[in-house]
Design a protein around this ligand. Structure first.
Ligand SMILES: [Zn+2]
Length: 312
């Protein structure tokens, strides 16, 4: 090869390398730029954490998302966050955070109790008509499990799922050995000014073939439930929509009820979830399967979270 040709080839190689080098240099610079921005977002966020928690959640989330594309610097950004974590610096900030996050309160009522109370109570405020205080509930044809056990199991899982989503939860009961009428359960929701009263139940039928989840919601026409009809229905509908996304669950729909003491005494939006039929052997077994139950309750928690977002 002639000397001229060698020089020519060298020039061509150099010309090819320069733009490639320039391209990589620029990309790296852009990446660093974007990381600096992310760190700024995080720092700004931690400064305002005590006053604006919602903003913090959104901003931190978006910063986290951006960081996924800049893997190399993820570690240093995380260090920034933990250094300025207001929880570690000042425990009082944490208390304020609790209050802000706990804005939305759900009272969960695990249906029934160990022993039924067959005494009567008025079906609504000032009503002459009375009803049994609290019935025994149904029981599983395959599992033999009483409804009051299943409803508490489910309620505790639901409560945990809601708390993870920043919702504050109060239970009407956390043990089986209580004596609490449906009226008294509604009054717990009223006294705590719950944003939503969620009643957890399971169905029973003499026909073993009947199955599926249904949601009971306060009726529009009944004088006791008129005031809470609209918001209750919105919550019931959002929960129903979410459960319909679960292919393992048969969803029957919404039933409007003006005859339930637990709704009639409630002054706050209320919904009752009949998770499935314990008189259907397959559904009974499913409801005692932790995976099935947790998936179903996750749908319910999602529906409740959507309702809470619509109210804030
Ligand atoms: Zn029940």
């Amino acid at each position: 090869m002639s000397k001229k040709a060698k020089i020519g080839i060298t020039c061509i190689i150099l010309l090819a390398i320069i733009p490639v080098y320039f391209f990589f240099f620029q990309t790296e610079k852009e990446e660093n730029e974007s990381i600096r921005k992310n760190v700024k977002v995080v720092q700004k966020t931690t400064k305002t954490a005590s006053t604006d928690i919602e903003a913090e959640k959104t901003e931190t989330a978006s910063a986290d998302q951006d960081n996924k594309s800049t893997v190399n610097n993820e570690e240093s950004v995380k260090v920034e966050i933990s250094k300025e974590d207001p929880k570690r610096v000042n425990p009082q900030v944490d208390d304020e955070k609790e209050n802000v996050q706990s804005d939305f309160l759900v009272v969960i009522d695990p249906g029934h109790q160990q022993r039924a109370n067959l005494e009567q109570e008025p079906v609504g405020p000032g009503a002459a008509v009375t009803k049994i205080k609290v019935t025994g509930g149904t029981s599983g044809v395959a599992t033999g499990k009483p409804e009051y056990k299943l409803t508490l199991e489910a309620s505790l899982i639901l409560g945990e799922l809601l708390e993870k989503r920043g919702v504050k939860v109060i239970y009407t009961r956390t043990t089986h050995d209580v004596n609490m009428s449906n009226k008294e359960r509604a009054e717990i929701a009223n006294q705590n000014q719950a944003d939503l009263f969620v009643r957890i139940h399971a169905d029973g039928s003499t026909n073993r073939n009947v199955n599926g989840l249904s949601i009971l919601t306060p009726s529009e026409d009944d004088k006791f439930t008129k005031a809470i009809f609209q918001d209750s229905l919105q919550a019931s509908q959002l929960i129903l929509n979410e459960t319909q996304k679960n292919s393992a669950v048969k969803v029957n729909g919404i039933s409007y009820r003006g005859d339930l003491s637990g709704f009639n005494w409630s002054q706050v939006p209320s919904t009752l979830i009949e998770m499935g039929f314990m008189s259907n052997p397959t559904e009974d077994k499913n409801l005692s399967d932790t995976g099935y139950l947790t998936n179903l309750l996750t749908n319910i928690a999602e529906g409740i979270t959507l309702y809470s977002s619509s109210k804030q």
